[in-house]
Structure formats: structure tokens, C-alpha cells
Write a protein that binds this ligand. Structure first.
Ligand SMILES: [Zn+2]
Length: 457
């Protein structure tokens, strides 16, 4: 063996067991029995969890050029934050640039990740133009090992060519590509922004009014209809409201292949944050919702309606977030969450009894592995799987301070929160890549995860 983890409570499929985990050549080779290795980790009083999989991050800029600003974190910085928080695989959104096709954009972003990523990675191409080339490339990308595609209902161009996007979803259904859908209605948001402007309401605190629940609900209901029409596996990203969740719950009860992702901010924060003087630092799309929405999402996790929690990690500095030249509908969206997603969910979910250990593993790892074609190589502690493991100390408490964390955002939306449950070691393919928050893995060590077309879990 290269590595043995001794005496931990190991989260295998079917429930936790107290056993030893043996690792050789980057894979798990043995659970229990007599083992020895040069490197041994004492995991008594700790949990051994499958490495986190965050299927929704932004570590490549959608546009570049002079005067264009972009997210603070790239593959190196973002995956350093990820590993410090127990996330060993990230799924990045790959945007083609002006004049570029999806495949060319994907090749550029895969080269970027290969050179710079510390964690393992996969990428979702974003379909901006559903012309014949775009639709053909969904099949080509699936054959190349990228069986997923992202569509934004929130972009005005969606409504200019709904038929084209439905042809794209039909193609995705035919080839086994999962369609990720950003569900907010562009026309409703445009109407709301215009109204605020007419009324002279320019303060940042009006941001939630620019993207109301109604915009999310109607777009989610359309997505349900498109899922039913085309048969495409449909993955609703960053769902934030009770009304949209209910549309998904009914769709799932009818047997549709529809899956729901939510995001930490919707589980931990609520709309009143925007009334704080620096409330714009909480800007995400959709916006923070009400207490009832937050409670509904926790209930959705408990009853299985929600399949994954993902960060949508796309951080900006505080200065960029609080830019006073921007109106409420122009604020920069996105926050740093890769380092805190698992500890926050543990602290507010597992430690409070709201969520079982098994559910935590599903939400942070195994469900994403299954939906995106990586299971059981990823998302599972079993002989043959990659040795992506987190040694988890359920008793360690830290006060969140974004200024000392890895993201270049320089702040966390949870600054000052006391959070209990942190990784002591993060292991990627058998290599100890982080000890506590100290990341020792090197940029370029991350590998692309081979992916299979969608196979309904
Ligand atoms: Zn996103």
C-alpha cells in the first residue's frame, strides 16, 4: 500500500462503517483487514468521506480583453480553495468567446485546466447559439467525453430562438448529454429593471426586485415542459425559491428525468442581507430569497427533490461588488464558496441534525458523480474507485475569515460565522494535497475526469 487511513468512520454506500482504507497507485484497493504502508493517517474520531464534487464553478473568464474585468479566481486559485475545503473535483462552465465555436472554447479551457488545475476537473460547454453547428457539436462533445451542455433561459437570445434550443435539447436527449438550465425569465427581468429605472430606484438594495421569484418560477416551469417534450435529462442549476422547487417536485413525481441543484447562499442567507450597507456583496443570480424559501430548500434536501449543492463559485473583490457606478440590475454576480461549501453544509446540516451523513455525501459528491457520468470512479469509497478522500474532523470549529482564505475575493459571505466540521486532510488520487487549509498539491497535477453519457440513476 502507498497509504493507509486507520480507524476512521468511513462513509461507504449503504452507511458508515468503522474500518481502515488502503490506497495504492491512486486508487482505493482495500477496506478493512491487515494493511501497512509508509504513510499512515490516524483517523480515529474522524470521518472518511468521498472527496467533494462541485459540478458548477466558473474558473475561466467568459470574455477577455482590455477594460473587461472578470472573476477573481482561475483554475489554480479556485482549485486551491476547493481542496482546502474538501472538494477534489470541480465542473467548470466553458464559454466560447466571440467568433468561436463550443468545441474550440472547450479545447482552450481544457488546456487551461490541464496546465493550472490542482484538483481533478470536468467542464460543461455553454450553448449560446443553437444553429446547426452548435447542435452537431453537442453530439461531438459528448463523444469527446463531455456529456453535458449549459443553456441560459435568462439570456434574451433564448427567447429569440426557443425552437433552436429545443432542437438542441432533443439532440442532447439522443446522445445522452445532460442539459444544465439557468432558469430565470429574461423578459420579466428586463421589465423589472426598466421599472426601477423609471422610478429612480438606483440603490443596490433594490437588486432582488430586478430578478423576482416569478422570473424563476416561470422559467423553471418552461424547463419542465421542455424536459417532458424532448426527454432530455434536465438539471436545474442554482434553484433558489419554493415556487420553482414545487414545479420540480411535481415534475419528478411524474417521473421526468429532472434534477435540482441549489447553492449554499440560498440555504444559509436570506433577502434581508441586501438591506445591510454593503449588501451588494451578497449579489448572486438568482438573488437571496425569503426565510420560507430557505426552509423549503432544506425540506427539498430532506425529501430528495434537491440532488446537489454546488457553489456557482464566481467571486469578485469587495470593491468590485460594491461598485457605486452600477445600478441594481448591473451588479456583479457570484461569490467565493469553494472553501466553505462542505464545512457550512456540515455545520448547518449534519451537525444540527437536519441532514444525515449519507445525505451529505449524496449532496456533495455521489449524486454529481452519477448525473455527470463519473460514478463509481468518483463519488464513492470502494475498491477500484479513485482515492479521492477527505478526513473530516466533526469537532473542529473555525471562525470564517475570507481575507485569510484562498480565493482572491478577499471576503466570504459568511465572515464572522462560527463553523464546526473541517477537513484535516484532503487526498486526491492517493496524494495528500491539503493538510488543514494548507494546500501542498501543485498546479497542473489535476486530471480531466473521463465521463460517460447520461445513464439514468
Ligand atoms: Zn454559474
Amino acid at each position: 500500500m502507498d497509504l493507509v487511513i486507520k480507524g476512521g468512520t468511513v462513509a461507504i454506500d449503504g452507511g458508515p462503517i468503522m474500518t481502515d482504507v488502503g490506497v495504492a497507485d491512486g486508487r482505493i484497493v482495500q477496506l478493512g483487514g491487515v494493511m501497512s504502508a509508509d504513510v499512515e493517517i490516524d483517523a480515529r474520531d474522524k470521518f472518511v468521506l468521498p472527496g467533494g464534487i462541485d459540478p458548477h464553478v466558473h474558473l475561466t473568464p467568459p470574455v477577455t480583453g482590455p477594460g473587461v474585468d472578470s472573476w477573481a479566481d482561475d483554475f489554480e486559485v479556485g482549485t486551491r480553495a476547493a481542496l482546502a475545503g474538501g472538494v477534489t473535483t470541480v465542473g467548470n462552465m466553458s464559454f466560447a468567446r466571440k467568433g468561436e465555436q463550443m468545441i474550440a472554447g472547450m479545447e482552450r479551457d481544457m488546456a487551461d485546466a490541464a496546465a493550472n488545475s490542482i484538483a481533478d476537473y470536468f467542464q460543461h460547454p455553454v450553448l449560446l447559439n443553437p444553429d446547426k453547428t452548435g447542435i452537431d457539436q453537442i453530439a461531438e462533445l459528448t463523444a469527446m467525453g463531455h456529456p453535458s451542455v449549459k443553456i441560459f433561459l435568462s439570456f434574451r437570445r433564448f427567447d429569440r430562438d426557443v425552437s433552436g434550443f429545443l432542437r438542441a435539447m432533443s439532440q442532447a436527449a439522443d446522445v445522452g448529454s445532460v442539459v444544465l438550465l439557468h432558469c430565470e425569465d429574461a423578459a420579466i427581468m428586463g421589465c423589472c429593471a426598466d421599472r426601477l429605472q423609471d422610478q429612480g430606484l438606483t440603490e443596490h438594495r433594490h437588486y432582488p426586485e430586478t430578478r423576482p421569484v416569478e422570473a424563476e418560477r416561470i422559467a423553471t416551469e418552461r424547463a419542465v415542459g421542455y424536459c417532458e417534450t424532448t426527454g432530455a435529462a434536465s438539471y436545474i442549476v442554482h434553484l433558489s425559491s419554493q415556487a420553482a422547487l414545487q414545479a420540480c417536485r411535481t415534475a419528478r413525481a411524474r417521473g421526468l428525468p429532472l434534477y435540482v441543484e441549489t447553492r449554499p447562499i440560498y440555504l444559509h442567507l436570506e433577502r434581508s442581507r441586501f438591506d445591510e450597507p454593503d449588501g451588494a456583496k451578497y449579489t448572486g443570480a438568482p438573488p437571496l430569497r425569503d426565510d420560507a424559501d430557505r426552509d423549503a430548500l432544506w425540506a427539498g434536501i430532506a425529501d430528495g427533490t434537491v440532488s446537489t449543492v454546488a457553489t456557482d463559485h464566481a467571486p469578485w473583490t469587495l470593491e468590485q461588488k460594491l461598485d457605486s457606478t452600477l445600478g441594481p440590475h448591473q451588479l456583479r454576480q457570484g461569490m467565493a464558496e469553494l472553501e466553505t461549501i462542505m464545512p457550512m453544509l456540515w455545520s448547518l446540516g449534519v451537525a444540527t441534525g437536519r441532514m444525515s451523513l449519507g445525505r451529505f455525501v449524496e449532496m456533495t459528491s455521489s449524486n454529481a458523480a452519477k448525473l455527470f457520468g463519473m460514478y463509481p470512479q468518483k463519488g464513492c469509497i470502494a475498491p477500484g474507485s479513485d482515492a479521492d478522500l477527505v478526513i473530516w474532523d466533526p469537532t473542529e470549529s473555525r471562525i470564517i475569515d475570507g481575507a485569510t482564505m484562498h480565493s482572491k475575493a478577499g471576503y466570504s459571505p459568511y465572515d464572522g460565522w462560527e463553523v464546526t466540521g473541517w477537513p484535516t486532510h484532503t487526498i486526491s488520487r492517493g496524494e495528500i494535497v491539503a493538510e488543514g487549509s494548507l494546500v501542498i498539491g501543485q498546479p497542473g497535477r489535476g486530471l480531466a475526469v473521463p465521463r460517460q453519457p447520461f445513464d439514468r440513476p
